[in-house]
Design a protein around this ligand. Structure first.
Ligand code: ACO
Ligand code: LMR
Length: 264
């Protein structure tokens, strides 16, 4: 019989060996003919299935809303400084991407993990937030540098509005809102931020779409797929900032001495 040499790589999401490339078994021609969008492509390549239209639309809204947030945020700042140091597109892009993490843009997975655990264990917002405080862990998805109770993040409101209209259930998001109501009694800037809104709403998408088993949802949350949404989205803006600096022929950036507190 045939002897099959063991392979060194296993891959399950795409295949380019046939006449045309396939994403999760769906041929490229069908992706184009059916008018699929980037949300559908993400569904196929990340989740290995076609998701209902409201889900792919939600994914696309996340991407559009998180594409950029001005030049002053950590990621854009790094990208701008790198581009002005004369570096190429990829270097400028990754320099910005490397700032995405627990404080900036990369709190989506932890927000989903903690909100899911607290919601499923039926913790009150008080028990959840105070329990986190005791452990010395900041609540992922809560807090913002410039947004506050009187200047809420429009992106969060837009995501909530879409989900309330299209999702069968928004129980995790409603839990996150209850947490926000409690944290706002502690400080004005402890609002539900865009990471927290995406994290909690993606739990609702996974649980409410009927497309994922409980085990699959746990795996997605455990592996941490969701920061990928911010990484992907913000790449659009960071690439834009790189082109902008090059177009403007901006010189090497040097931070002003006056803005540094030199001290012993
Ligand atoms: N949970 C609990 N307490 C908090 C939180 C939080 N998420 N955020 C701030 N606080 C409290 C703490 O008591 C903190 O004091 P500490 O430094 O002794 O812990 C106090 O508020 C002041 O915190 P600051 O560091 O001054 O707040 P800052 O404005 O710098 O923080 C930040 C903003 C980084 C977003 C913060 O709220 C945080 O870490 N949040 C959790 C991570 C997160 O969700 N990041 C995503 C933000 S949205 C985005 O990047 C697209
Ligand atoms: C962002 O999307 O970059 C922000 O929410 C972070 C910020 O500080 O504005």
């Amino acid at each position: 019989g045939k002897v099959r040499a063991p392979t060194h790589i296993i891959s399950t999401i795409s295949d380019d060996r046939g006449e045309e490339p396939c994403y999760a078994g769906v041929p490229m021609s069908s992706i184009i003919e059916k008018g699929y969008g980037v949300g559908d492509v993400i569904s196929l390549l990340w989740f290995k299935r076609s998701l209902p239209r409201y889900c792919t639309q939600f994914i696309e809204i996340c991407i559009m809303l998180c594409a950029d947030h001005g030049p002053c945020v950590s990621g854009a700042h790094n990208t701008i400084v790198t581009a002005r140091a004369g570096k190429d597109l990829v270097s400028s892009l990754v320099s910005g991407l490397l700032t995405i993490g627990p404080r900036f843009g990369g709190a989506i997975d932890d927000a989903a993990r903690y909100f899911k655990d607290a919601h499923d264990r039926a913790l009150t917002p008080y028990e959840f937030v105070e329990g986190m405080k005791k452990k010395g862990i900041r609540v992922a998805g809560i807090g913002h540098r410039i947004k506050n109770r009187d200047n809420k993040d429009k992106r969060v409101e837009l995501l909530q509005k879409f989900a309330r209209t299209h999702f069968p259930s928004v129980k995790y998001m409603e839990y996150a809102v209850q947490v926000e109501t409690y944290t706002l009694t502690k400080a004005n800037n402890l609002v539900l931020n865009v990471d927290g809104a995406i994290g909690s709403l993606f739990l609702d998408l996974l649980a409410g779409s009927g497309m994922f088993t409980k085990q699959e949802i746990d795996e997605i949350v455990e592996i941490g797929y969701l920061n990928g949404l911010f990484v992907l989205a913000r790449s659009i803006g960071l690439i834009g900032h790189t082109f902008d600096q090059k177009r403007l022929k901006q010189p090497l950036y040097r931070h002003p001495w006056e803005d540094v507190l030199y001290t012993k």
